[in-house]
Write a protein that binds this ligand. Structure first.
Ligand code: FES
Length: 380
């Protein structure tokens, strides 16, 4: 047939009595569609090849469902709490939390995609049709015939009678959808702020003692050997000097894992500064932190309040603390307030004192404000 031929239109009564096959053919003619090829991919039903193809498609949807379940399981049950790196070969499960989330979710999505592609390749008739374009909206007749076409395509794809595939699609898509839902509502299942009184919460650092532990947290230096404990005393620093210090508890002595963790934890490093006496006399203290210093000694976090780089430089002449990343500068004479660069918040100050029994510096408490960059509840 030429695609320009105008088919004779059926009457209302004839239309009502037409079968779906008739409607499909009529729809094609009305749209000037010529079906050049419309082969049935499985003309002989129930062959072993067909069953094999069916199982291959189902395999991918089932795999997607299993990966989706694994994703939910990892999300809810796998340990996600940060632990400092260990060097004694002990397996740290939390390392694998993010990679496992990515792998399982990625596999679930990939498997659904492969399943759909395989189904289309194996079971949808690969028709070849030629159609002329036409202008304007579709008539009632066109709409009815296109619905028939779609229903016919669905039937020819044999999806309805392939229960293995439909069930596996349902399982794959359902579990994947459930997984994405769990992901979205994750904070209701795992609340990272649940233990805000813990040193591991966002509000605290390794300078906080766990509840029930009231031992002193001393200031130690890092000599390169975690087990070599060198505590810091006032006489160790010259006027105008700076030293990086870390928390140490007597109960951790000899415990390599805990000592290493204290040196490696990101929010632990503190800058202990000894101002020159003439500068110490000019210091302006932050309200509520007037007794955080010990004489001319001031302890500030080394974590920059801009983006968290280590503020490792102290310029004795100007009393400025410098962050090398984006050149923020903080005034050590005015509670480490930012005076240049992109940082907008002061460096958190650690309250310190000297233990009368040993003459060693210790922290009177943890920081009273969150350490580091742009923490959302922090005001100054
Ligand atoms: S991280 Fe310190 S200035 Fe940007």
């Amino acid at each position: 047939m030429s695609t320009d031929d105008k088919p004779e239109l059926p009457t209302e009564a004839e239309l009502a009595g037409m079968s779906r096959d008739d409607l499909v053919k009529l729809g094609g003619k009305l749209d000037g569609v010529e079906l050049v090829e419309y082969p049935n991919p499985w003309p002989v039903k129930g062959t072993r090849a067909e069953k094999r193809a069916e199982r291959a498609v189902a395999f991918w949807f089932v795999l997607s469902a299993l990966a989706g379940l694994a994703f939910i399981g990892v999300f809810i049950f796998w340990p996600a709490k940060y632990e400092a790196p260990r060097f004694d070969g002990v397996f740290q499960a939390y390392y694998w939390y993010t990679p496992l989330l990515g792998a399982t979710l990625g596999l679930a999505i990939l498997a659904v995609g492969v399943g759909v592609l395989l189904y289309v390749r194996k079971f949808i008739p690969h028709e070849l049709a030629v159609q002329n374009r036409h202008d304007g909206g579709s008539s009632e007749l066109d709409k009815k015939t296109i619905v028939a076409h779609l229903a016919d395509s669905g039937e020819r794809s044999t999806i309805v009678r392939r229960s293995l595939i439909t069930r596996s699609i349902g399982a794959g898509a359902g579990v994947l959808g459930l997984g994405l839902g769990v992901f979205t509502l994750g904070a209701l299942l795992r609340n990272p702020h649940a233990r805000s009184d813990s040193a591991d919460g966002l509000w605290h650092t390794g300078w906080l003692n766990e509840p029930g532990n009231d031992e002193k947290v001393f200031l130690r230096r890092d000599t390169g050997d975690a087990e070599e404990i060198v505590l810091v005393k006032p006489e160790d620093l010259d006027a105008g000097a700076m030293e990086t210090v870390f928390p140490f508890r007597e109960s951790e002595r000899g415990d390599h894992a805990k000592l290493s963790a204290a040196l490696l934890r990101a929010d632990n490093p503190v800058m202990l500064i000894r101002l020159r006496p003439e500068d110490g006399a000019r210091v302006i203290k932050h309200k509520g932190q007037e007794d955080f210093n010990y004489g001319d000694f001031y302890a500030y976090t080394k974590i920059c309040s801009h983006l968290g780089c280590p503020t490792s430089l102290f310029e004795q002449r100007t009393n400025r603390i410098l962050c090398p990343c984006h050149q923020s500068q903080f005034n050590a004479l005015e509670y480490a307030k930012p005076i240049f660069g992109p940082a907008t918040r002061k460096l958190a100050q650690l309250p310190i004192d000297v233990d009368p029994a040993t003459g060693v510096f210790y922290a009177k408490s943890d920081f009273i404000e969150p350490v580091g960059p742009a923490f959302w509840e922090r005001k100054s």
